[in-house]
Design a protein around this ligand. Structure first.
Ligand SMILES: [Zn+2]
Length: 176
């Protein structure tokens, strides 16, 4: 099997704001992920600074981004990163209602069950791997592992009690 072409991230910009639930500083970075064939996805990573109990969210808008490409040809897939002192983990979450769930950006935001166990999930995880390897600003997200408080990384139940954002997503799940 041929080695897949490396995917690299290109940083575009960043912004800071405040977490909706606790008012602490939140940060968003965005850019694109591409290989030799061109852009594969645009990423947004949003996290609350020094708050490992809030899962950072990675929004990936996957599809064509070249000249003349249509937003309708792209989909939004969101992943949560759960910091842990044992090393963080990723899981696909509901993308519906995320900020990038916008028809000027993508044709559709996908819910978790539309993504898990599909080729698109594999693609999303390889994009996120590349992001973690090639985006230097991710170091700040990775550092959340070190300040991570003692919380179980097993299952969603622990996350439900740990984060009000997570509760919002759970409500989203029950609507579909
Ligand atoms: Zn908060």
């Amino acid at each position: 099997m041929a080695t897949p072409a490396p995917i690299t991230s290109q940083f575009w910009n960043e912004s800071t704001g405040h977490c909706d639930c606790c008012g602490r500083t939140s940060k968003t970075i965005w850019g694109d992920l591409s290989d030799q064939s061109g852009s594969l996805a645009v990423y947004f990573v949003q996290w609350t600074v020094s708050a490992p109990e809030h899962d950072p969210i990675i929004d990936l808008i996957i599809g064509p981004w070249g000249e003349g490409s249509e937003p309708a040809a792209r989909v939004l897939v969101s992943l949560a990163y759960r910091p842990s002192t044992r090393g963080g983990s990723f899981m696909v979450v509901d993308a519906v209602g995320r900020r990038a769930d916008d028809r000027k950006i993508c044709g559709r935001a996908l819910s978790r069950h539309e993504v898990i166990n599909t080729l698109l999930a594999e693609q999303a995880f390889s994009l996120v791997d590349a992001l973690w390897l090639t985006e230097p600003r991710i170091a700040e997200v990775r550092d959340l592992n070190r300040v991570s408080c003692r919380r179980s990384i097993d299952g969603l139940s622990s996350a439900r009690s740990g984060s009000c954002k997570q509760r919002t997503r759970e409500q989203d799940f029950s609507q579909d």
